[in-house]
Design a binder for this molecule. Structure first.
Ligand code: SF4
Length: 335
């Protein structure tokens, strides 16, 4: 069995507000194994990016890890000081962001930005870092890498900028790469190239990867395992084939039903009605119940337990409870 690289346990991340702390992540637990790609999916505001920022120690100043642990290579990142986290970031764990134009510094050349982590973390000389930078640009498929080192981010296309970001993220050979919606800001054809590149690099470098996305198409391309988040909670988890072929949670089913199927002209696109609750919204029982077509009395009263479906798939939904009958999508007793 492959070793566990990352183990997140009961993670609670909150934001300060005039009304007290607001939980954006509510007790998330998951792990990532060596060489594995874990996709975290859900709509905007579900807590997936905040989970990633919690791991990276990059929460905004009004956010904090209120509870839980994040073990990476046997060290609890949740207890590390900002200075200790700086050493981990970019070195053992790296992150690429949705919009490379905002992640790259517009006033420095590509060369400057790629040399910096190599000089800081790997203590390379400027010349060594420059040579390694050229190799990295080549590795991520950037043509004329020598010339690109002297260019500024605005001189590159969106796809090239994302490749530069990937090169920077991989510069110190991280064992875990977190990619937060890395293709959302790109054209569809470029999106596919970046996904292929990330897949190839992950294999080549034997890294683990967490891919954060709202796009179930991306999940199908890249994931080994999938976590579905809703309103700060993990509501389903399983191998990618389990999530696609046998989704159990009504929200997961809704996500899959809202992805267009170009191979099936008869496919009926069904968006999930309603929207994600605000952080300060009080919802009793299952946080999905106001949007759930299967909701019954218990859903409004009690937060669902986690039920095991297979050895790798589990789901938080009362429909899994023994004895619950569905009748046209609703529990028989509530009709
Ligand atoms: Fe729907 Fe109830 Fe399941 Fe929540 S617990 S997803 S409301 S059926």
């Amino acid at each position: 069995m492959k070793e566990t690289v990352l183990e997140v346990k009961d993670l609670v991340t909150t934001f300060k507000s005039a009304d007290g702390p607001l939980p954006a992540v509510r007790g998330a637990s998951f792990s990532v194994k060596k060489g594995e790609t874990l996709c975290i999916v859900g709509e905007s505001g579900c807590g997936k990016s905040i989970t990633a920022l919690s791991i990276m120690g990059l929460l905004p100043s009004n956010g904090m890890i209120a509870d839980g642990s994040i073990f990476f290579n046997q060290k609890n990142l949740a207890e590390m000081s900002p200075k200790q986290m700086q050493k981990v970031r970019g070195n053992d764990v790296s992150m690429i962001f949705q919009e490379p134009m905002t992640a790259l510094n517009p006033v420095f050349t590509v060369g400057f930005q790629i040399r910096e982590p190599l000089m800081i973390h790997l203590k390379l000389s400027k010349k060594q870092a420059h040579m390694r930078g050229i190799e990295l640009l080549k590795m991520v498929g950037i043509p004329s890498p020598v010339e690109r080192m002297n260019q500024f981010p605005h001189e590159l296309s969106g796809g090239m900028r994302q490749r530069v970001m990937i090169a920077i993220a991989l510069s110190c050979n991280p064992s875990l790469l977190i990619a937060d919606e890395p293709t959302t800001a790109l054209d569809v054809t470029i999106q596919a190239q970046i996904i292929d590149l990330l897949n190839d690099l992950k294999e080549q470098l034997d890294m683990s990867m967490i891919m954060i996305t709202h796009d179930m198409g991306v999940v199908a391309e890249i994931a080994d395992r999938v976590i579905v988040m809703y309103a700060g909670e993990i509501i389903e988890e399983g191998r990618v084939e389990e999530i696609y072929e046998n989704p159990q949670h009504p929200y997961t089913k809704g996500l899959l039903a809202s992805v267009p199927n170009v191979d099936d002209p008869e496919f009926d696109l069904k968006p999930i009605v309603g929207s994600m609750p605000m952080l300060n919204e009080q919802i009793s029982g299952c946080r999905f119940h106001p949007r759930c077509p299967f909701a019954f009395d218990k859903c409004m009263e009690k937060s669902p337990e986690t039920f095991q479906v297979t050895d790798k798939q589990n789901v938080r939904c009362w429909l899994q409870e023994e004895g619950v009958e569905q009748n046209g999508g609703r529990r028989a007793s509530s009709l």
